[in-house]
Design a binder for this molecule. Structure first.
Ligand code: SF4
Ligand code: SF4
Length: 359
């Protein structure tokens, strides 16, 4: 009789926790662009994660206001439940900058839902204060939530900031996880979903502590510069610079900050390997960086450091480019023994084959 349980089932191990809720607050000072962005992910897609396409992970329940079926109080229910301690296993995702409500006077800068007791809006700060200590982990989605971003520009009235500025850079969850920052304006779709998948694997007991750098970014995604993954870098090295948009050459002289920005978009593409920034003609404006945008503006001017490096490389680049052109023209010609004349001129010698092909 056949065994009812297949032998291969041995490879499956149960996750440490059965279910996890993802409570996603888009009520920071933001545009919901990160939520929209992740709907384009495919490695994994949101559907893959929610339908359990990756075995061995906890069952995931996503509560994101842009994507949820529920509306109003029904949507807010799991947030209140988590606050009351009725949902223990949840990851908090925050999107948008965190406003400084100490500056908002009698009003508020940002809120989500209404407190049933006071009938007053529950500010985003209040939600973070209530939920952060109870979360298994916290993920900041996008540059606004990670470092403040565009809304935290000089001159903004809200005094807003990133999540780690608000909670403290040394903050740890009840499960011992630091804040996980996935910057990008917006986040590259697969960068975010890959990070979420890593955390789910970690919570399932199937992966070690997520490796983060000093700015709490996943190391494997933000460890290299844009320039190091840009397929226009050969133009840079040969001192071949674009002077106008639409050129296929390196864009550094018309505003690309790629050499000093940590991001993998040109290497990874935007969706399914298609798109990007400098690799497809758009200057890198450093949208993943903590100093974005103030330290990189005005975007369409040549970065100050680029002037030095692109000038220094000019004599070397021109020489190397010309030498390569010479070699390239040699490689573009076939060897002379490939002909249709009746003589063999390949150098083949049946007596001494090794004379032609020495080992
Ligand atoms: S376009 Fe930008 S990232 Fe690409 S090679 Fe030039 S400077 Fe580097
Ligand atoms: S390449 Fe530059 S502009 Fe493009 S996503 Fe990365 S940091 Fe932002």
């Amino acid at each position: 009789m056949l065994d009812a349980i297949p032998y291969g089932r041995k490879t499956q191990s149960a996750p440490k926790i059965d279910e996890v809720h993802i409570l996603w607050i888009t009520a920071g000072l933001g545009c919901d662009g990160d939520t929209v962005s992740i709907t384009a992910a495919s490695q994994p897609s949101i559907e893959d994660v929610l339908l359990g396409a990756v075995p061995g992970l906890p069952k995931v329940h996503l509560h994101n206001p842009v994507l949820a079926y529920e509306v109003g109080e029904e949507f807010l229910d799991p947030f209140h439940k988590a606050d009351r301690g009725e949902i223990e296993n949840f990851v908090l995702v925050v999107e948008g900058s965190i406003p400084n409500e100490q500056l908002s006077g009698d009003g508020y800068w940002a809120a989500m839902g209404t407190d049933p007791e006071t009938q007053q809006p529950i500010t985003t700060n209040e939600w973070i204060d209530r939920l952060a200590p109870k979360a298994l982990g916290i993920v900041a989605a996008g540059t606004c939530a990670t470092f403040g971003g565009i809304h935290a520009m000089k001159g903004n009235p809200t005094g807003c900031m990133g999540l780690a500025d608000y909670l403290g850079w040394e903050w740890k969850s009840k499960a011992g996880l630091p804040i996980v920052n996935v910057p990008g304006c917006p986040v590259q779709p697969d960068n975010f979903m890959e990070t979420l998948l890593y955390l789910l694997r970690q919570l399932a007991g199937a992966a070690p502590m997520i490796p983060l750098d000093h700015a709490l970014r996943p190391k494997w995604l933000f460890g290299m510069t844009v320039h190091e993954g840009c397929d226009r870098a050969a133009f840079y090295e040969q001192s071949n610079f674009a002077t106008e948009y639409g050129s296929r050459k390196c864009l550094v002289k018309i505003g690309c900050w790629g050499p000093v920005v940590q991001c993998n978009v040109p290497k990874r593409g935007w969706i399914g390997g298609v798109g990007g920034c400098p690799n497809v003609g758009g200057i890198c404006i450093g949208c993943t960086m903590p100093g974005f945008p103030d330290k990189l503006m005005p975007f369409m001017d040549e970065p100050p450091g680029a002037r030095i490096s692109s000038t220094l490389i000019q004599p070397y680049g021109a020489l190397i480019r010309n030498l390569r052109r010479l070699t390239n023209s040699t490689l573009n010609k076939e060897p002379k023994w490939r002909h249709n004349r009746p003589q063999r001129t390949t150098g083949y010698n049946p007596e001494k084959p090794q004379a032609t092909y020495p080992l």
